[in-house]
Design a protein around this ligand. Structure first.
Ligand code: RI2
Length: 327
């Protein structure tokens, strides 16, 4: 079957980062599954589930690091797979998929709101906050604190090479929050002025290590040196189940032309460019992780995620139980 153009546009959008942000790519990916589901024209359940599986695999292959993407896709896929295993017809499978997609999107948006409510309690009046990249979880914490009447200021790193920091600065200043944009390399220079670092996460490993936008680990190191607390806003579906089995999270390397223009590189043929999009911050450099279920230390995040991810004790071929994201 040829996949619909609308599906392919989402796939391309995620790859090229026109659609970006760990939570958002998860939500967009499940929307893309719904588009495929609606377009399948068969009465054969086996054929239907095979097509959904193909689409799921394509979506998972778009970006390798943010685990919210595969977790979202698996959540929907396994719900439909379970319905398929119980012998339902295509119409019922389509209904199941639509419900699962809607549930994931609701759970995801509610989680970001809840993280904001919970995290804001840890922000004090007159705090100066440093944030990196463009995380909706981190922004939710900052905006909630501001709306509670706390007089806060934010320093936002520009986040080279894709400059997502500009999006953050724009978003925060629209809310009326005094925001200063700084180059990434100015972080240590400004650290003495910072009370709290508030960032997001693309994935969290079983040992509590946080995988986030490149440069996060340097920021955490500078914060550690200056005794500044580091808070991570992360939905529980940012947990990487593979890390329980000792697998490493793959760090995405993006094209060189995000760093220098093609012509520059041609004029300097001896130079090579590396462009990793994420890095790993060890748990020792993170104080707390704010989730939709409460605040935990990075080392305890696994305990929380284990309960949420019923998959660990699920059936053999199921990664995630139906209750996975029930909060
Ligand atoms: P939310 C982004 O990745 C950033 O690394 C950001 O910190 C993280 O996702 C989490 O964002 P990218 O898509 O899920 O810009 O909190 O590479 O929005």
């Amino acid at each position: 079957m040829k996949f619909p153009d609308e599906f392919l546009e989402i796939v391309e959008g995620i790859k090229s980062m026109k659609i970006r942000g760990a939570g958002l790519i998860g939500r967009k990916a499940v929307e893309a599954l719904k588009i495929v589901s609606d377009s399948i024209n068969t009465t054969d359940s086996k054929e239907y589930i095979e097509e959904i599986k193909k689409a799921a695999k394509i979506l998972i292959s778009t970006r390798p690091t943010a685990v919210s993407l595969p977790n979202a896709v698996r959540y929907v896929y396994y719900r439909v797979k379970r319905a398929y295993n119980s012998g339902l017809g295509v119409k019922e499978l389509k209904d199941t998929l639509r419900d699962a997609v809607n549930d994931f999107i609701t759970i995801s948006l509610n989680a970001i709101e809840k993280i904001g409510e919970i995290g804001a309690k840890r922000i004090e009046d007159e705090d100066t906050i440093l944030t990196h990249c463009n995380s909706q979880a981190a922004i939710s914490i900052i905006v909630h604190a501001f709306k509670q009447g706390k007089n806060i200021k934010v320093f936002a790193t520009e986040t080279r090479p894709k400059m997502q920091g500009r999006l953050t600065a724009k978003q925060l200043s629209k809310e009326g929050i005094p925001t200063t944009l700084i180059v990434d390399s100015a972080v240590r220079y400004f650290m003495p002025k910072i009370d709290k670092v508030v960032i997001g996460a693309d994935a969290i490993a079983a040992n509590g290590a946080v995988i986030n936008k490149i440069g996060t680990s340097l920021i955490a190191l500078a914060a550690h040196e200056a005794r500044v607390r580091v808070m991570v806003g992360a939905e529980t579906y940012k947990f990487s189940p593979e890390t329980v089995f000792g697998e490493l999270i793959k760090i995405e390397e993006r094209p060189y032309d995000e760093v220098v223009p093609e012509e520059w590189l041609k004029a300097n043929p001896g130079v090579s460019v590396r462009n990793p999009a994420f890095d790993v911050t060890p748990p020792e450099y993170i104080d707390v992780i704010i989730t939709e279920m409460g605040i935990v230390s990075p080392q305890s995040f696994f305990l929380l995620a284990k309960d949420v991810f019923g998959w660990m004790f699920g059936e053999k071929d199921e990664w995630i139980s139906l209750d996975t994201f029930h909060l």
